[in-house]
Design a protein. Structure first.
Length: 207
């Protein structure tokens, strides 16, 4: 069983991140940030083409070119992390319950090292454990050099953990990612944001 992180387990607010980035001078934020896949310097970071320090330098340069005061690394990171709202403990406990029922759980995420090693890892410590305690394996776009729905990242997941596509179920909030997973042969379900179609709903159906 494979879970996307943002939008499935972790609540997102793309508009809040855009607002914060624009407030520190990155006027291009609305065009560069997408709910499912980034562009420009943000995509470069998400696919591992640039490091976190280089990303911060480039964002600072863009802000300076916009005529604004240059922010610190922490100010940029905090603004960017506005994308991540929070992780209800109930979702962590649902993952734990699934593992106790014998399911192997994996995470696959379009994310970046700044978010992953700060807010994401911190959110997963909400119930006294770490992110590694909830999954048998984690695949991230910045480590693999590819974002969903690129078949490469799905292939890395399947091959690394010897998963059979027809026996693997993916939960994702992006229609394009769900379709990409299905093209690779996985079973895939789009998760929504209401009690009728969110992650907890689907987890409750699994016995």
């Amino acid at each position: 069983m494979v879970f996307d992180l943002g939008g499935v387990i972790i609540d997102l607010d793309r508009d809040e991140s855009v607002r914060r980035l624009q407030a520190i001078g990155l006027t291009q934020a609305d065009a560069l940030l997408d709910p499912y896949k980034q562009s420009g310097v943000f995509l470069d970071l998400e696919t591992g083409r640039i490091t976190a320090p280089l990303f911060l330098d480039r964002v600072r340069t863009m802000i300076a070119e916009n005529g604004h005061a240059v922010p610190s690394d922490l100010e940029i990171q905090d603004a960017f992390n506005g994308f991540l709202v929070g992780l209800p403990v109930e979702r962590l406990r649902a993952l734990e319950a699934l593992r106790k029922r014998g399911y192997r759980l994996f995470a696959i995420s379009n994310t970046n090292p700044l978010m992953f090693h700060s807010r994401i890892e911190s959110n997963f410590r909400a119930d006294g454990k770490t992110i590694r305690d909830y999954f048998d394996g984690i695949v991230t776009s910045f480590e693999e050099g590819a974002c969903k729905p690129d078949p490469l990242i799905f292939n890395r997941l399947m091959n690394r953990y010897a998963l059979r596509p027809d026996e693997t179920l993916l939960f994702d909030d992006s229609p394009a990612n769900v379709e990409g997973a299905r093209r690779r042969g996985l079973n895939a379900v789009r998760v929504g944001y209401t009690p009728q179609d969110d992650m907890l709903h689907y987890a409750s159906l699994l016995k």
